[in-house]
Design a protein around this ligand. Structure first.
Ligand code: GLN
Ligand code: ZN
Length: 749
């Protein structure tokens, strides 16, 4: 049995990559220094693989920004607008991902998109009919040399690439398949170079093979493409994030030396029954099984996995390899920086996954691992004990609003008395250094609870004054007490555990720290109502209370695996429901439940989508269980591509939904066949991600367009998303223009 991995996190144990990149971007260090610094990160990763006796050492998984982007550079697929820049490969990568100036003109970066159903964003390759490819393998060749220099024997080095079909598929609009043969040619050249260098195995990832709705025209190209790629260097073809049941015939026919399958499930402790698949596989190949999770952080049940492998091992013998289910990019680097020693017993981050593989291999080879297994078992049992359900919650059944939308709308109009084209914002206001400083001081115990409270109240007061001065209709408190829309609630709910430094790369230098759902979720105190009631006490205007929805609270966390996903969601909904009633009891009539991650959490396979969407809308409705017709429920989603989820949105039955649209010029509205899928809707009228301040005229134009599709009494006016990443100097004039544009249109009615 051999052990290996599909890539490690590249941010460094202490997010070194982030700080190195930021100083490079600030021009504090040179490109050479940058490369020297990041070599430490790569070397630590190699060291950990060697220490844990990996049979192959991974190379090519490191990236300064994004590994999909690295492939665009590797294959010379540079969007033409960047071509005249005379840049090094590294500068070119940053230009494509972050934008740049060429001849004094701003050049816009390529788009970002989510990597399958993860929260990792890749830079979308831009292809068009005229795209041509050329090979630029310097980065990977340098890394191979660095690994050799570090002491890794060349035949143990396993470079990793994304396969040609997945790369094309991920491009803009499922790029043109006519490009495949040219692109494949470059892969062949690349493999030839690696072969000459003495590389024995190359991993090529084709995760699109997990899709159950992959079109025939894509499917039929796998076999011929991999035939061409067979030039005498061993290819391990890897798939992950789900099973490949629907495409097993194709996979079976591929002319490759090995196959990697993900047999884990992020949401349960189950392993896929691989015996069935094994029986369907014909010619002898190396089989790599992803048996330890690359998507979740619970310790692996070593004995269970060892026993699972027993029969398979007896059939495959030395053709069996084991690995993490996918790249360890999606886990924090190591738990060694966490200081809760008890909790640490229950979790494995990236480096700990390597150690687990090593133990499983030893166990499978008949070595007696008494102590390790007993210890592992003790923590597994301990975890079960901690989790034993003690919380009573009802709410498993469905819940609809009391009356239909039309009736609610009339009641709400009467009570709220808002003008048509109501103006509002999405919730957060600038998180200035001042805000962050106050929060950090309080967390470190440097200021008292009272001082903290007074400070936050000051910020709320200031934001209310600003909103009144701008003339907005529905105000918000500004979310100054929140680091992040998920972490804040995770810290305040019981059942969640938040880490010190469990960072995971989100994009480029940006990392997120997903909380961990350990046990049943409840709350032992009121969380939001005091802040929001304070804000309401300062104004005659209506205040909107702000909560994070169940799917988002789940999707941006590491979930427990012992109860079904939607059971966890129901528990969260039940706490949110309590929060809503607290808000109502302090006199708040408008509550927004953000579901920013609803679409991201959609299963990869079409077969799972319906059930997911039905449940997603159900747990959303559970949040507002029992609230009266007079309470206006809002939701917010930060994207505008609703293709797969329109029915779900209708079923969520929020009174108002605010969405992102300004960047696409309200295009979404044109494509929605039936606007009645929405109740009232606030299509964002300006892009909060841009530093540009939208003019009154620009906003007016968008409003005019929106009015062609949405009746004026159902149209809300708001920015695209929360304003926490912006500065007040940008926010105030932008919102003023938004209000002015609205006034002008209202006056024209
Ligand atoms: N209410 C949140 C905010 O304004 C919503 C953020 C989001 O959708 N990502 O920050
Ligand atoms: Zn948003």
């Amino acid at each position: 049995m051999k052990i290996h991995n599909l890539g490690l996190s590249r941010i460094g144990e202490k997010r070194e990559l982030k700080f190195i990149l930021e100083s490079y971007w600030k021009k504090e260090i040179s490109e050479k220094e940058l490369q020297k610094e990041v070599l430490n990160i790569k070397e630590l990763n190699w060291k950990k693989q060697i220490e844990n006796s990996m049979d192959f050492i991974t190379v090519g998984d490191f990236s300064l920004y994004d590994n999909v982007l690295d492939h665009s550079i590797l294959f010379g697929n540079i969007p033409p607008r960047f071509k005249d820049g005379n840049m090094s490969d590294i500068e070119l990568g940053f230009a494509i991902s972050r934008g740049c100036k060429i001849d004094g003109k701003n050049v816009t970066p390529s788009l970002m998109s989510k990597w399958f159903n993860t929260n990792y964003h890749y830079i979308v390759p831009e292809f068009n009919k005229n795209t041509t490819f050329s090979l630029h393998p310097q980065k990977v060749l340098d890394e191979i040399d660095e690994a050799i220099e570090f002491g890794v024997p060349v035949d143990k080095i396993k470079p990793i690439f994304i396969g040609p079909l997945t790369l094309l598929y991920l491009g803009n609009d499922h790029s043109d398949l006519a490009l495949l043969s040219d692109l494949t040619q470059k892969y062949i050249e690349l493999l030839q170079i690696l072969k000459n260098k003495g590389i024995k195995w190359v991993e090529i990832d084709e995760p699109i093979l997990v899709y159950d709705d992959l079109e025939e025209k894509w499917k039929e190209l796998f076999v011929p493409t991999y035939q061409k790629l067979n030039i005498g260097v061993n290819i391990l073809l890897a798939t992950y994030f789900d099973n490949v049941n629907e495409n097993l015939e194709i996979i079976n026919s591929l002319d490759v030396a090995g196959l990697h399958f993900d047999v884990t499930d992020m949401f349960s402790e189950k392993l896929i029954d691989f015996g069935v698949i094994l029986n369907r596989l014909s010619n002898p190949k190396v089989i790599s099984l992803g048996v330890v999770s690359g998507r979740n952080i619970w310790i692996t049940n070593l004995k269970k996995v060892g026993d699972f492998l027993k029969n398979i091992y007896s059939v495959l013998d030395d053709r069996l390899w084991i690995a993490p289910s996918c790249s360890l990019l999606h886990l924090p680097v190591t738990k060694s920086l966490e200081n809760n020693s008890e909790f640490n017993n229950f979790i494995s981050f990236g480096y700990e996954r390597l150690a687990e593989l090593n133990l499983i291999k030893e166990y499978s080879n008949g070595n007696i691992l008494h102590d390790a297994l007993i210890e592992n078992n003790r923590y597994i049992e301990e975890l079960k004990r901690i989790r034993s359900t003690s919380v009573n919650y009802e709410g498993v059944e469905d819940s609809n609003r009391i009356s239909s939308y039309d009736i609610r709308k009339a009641v709400q109009e009467e009570i709220l008395n808002l003008p048509c084209l109501t103006t509002t914002t999405i919730g957060s206001f600038p998180q200035s250094i001042e805000v962050r400083r106050v929060r950090n001081k309080w967390k470190k115990g440097l200021i008292s609870d009272l001082e903290y409270k007074t400070n936050i109240q000051e910020l709320i007061k200031k934001s209310i004054a600003i909103q009144e001065e701008i003339g907005l209709d529905v105000l918000v408190h500004g979310e100054f007490e929140r680091t992040d829309m998920v972490e804040y609630f995770a810290e305040n709910f019981t059942g969640y555990y938040t880490t010190n430094s469990g960072w995971v790369q989100s994009y480029g230098s940006r990392c997120v720290k997903p909380p961990i759902i350990l046990s049943d979720i409840s709350r032992d105190k009121k969380i939001t109502s005091e802040w929001i009631a304070y804000a309401q006490s300062l104004t005659e205007k209506k205040l909107k209370g702000m909560l994070t929805g169940p799917i988002t609270m789940l999707k941006w966390a590491f979930p427990r695996q012992d109860i079904p996903y939607f059971k966890i969601a129901e528990q969260i909904s039940s706490v949110i429901n309590k929060e809503i009633f607290d808000l109502i009891n302090t006199g708040i009539n408008i509550v927004q439940i953000d579901e920013a991650a609803l679409k991201e959490a959609l299963p990869l396979k079409t077969s799972g989508k319906k059930e997911y969407l039905e449940n997603a809308s159900r747990v959303f409705r559970l949040c507002s269980k029992g609230v009266g017709d007079d309470i206006q429920i809002h939701t917010h989603m930060c994207y505008s591509d609703f293709d797969d989820i329109l029915q779900c949105i209708k079923d969520m039955d929020a009174d108002v939904i605010t969405i992102e649209t300004s960047r696409s010029n309200m295009k979404i509205l044109e494509s929605i066949d039936d606007i009645n899928k929405f109740n009232s809707i606030g299509p964002g009228v300006y892009d909060i991600h841009s530093t540009n301040i939208p003019t009154t005229a620009e906003i007016k134009e968008l409003l005019t367009k929106a009015l062609k599709f949405i009746p004026k009494d159902r149209l809300w006016i708001n920015p695209d998303c929360g304003l926490k990443t912006r500065r007040w100097e940008e926010v105030i004039p932008a919102l003023k223009n938004m209000v002015n544009a609205t006034m002008e249109i209202r006056n024209s009615f």
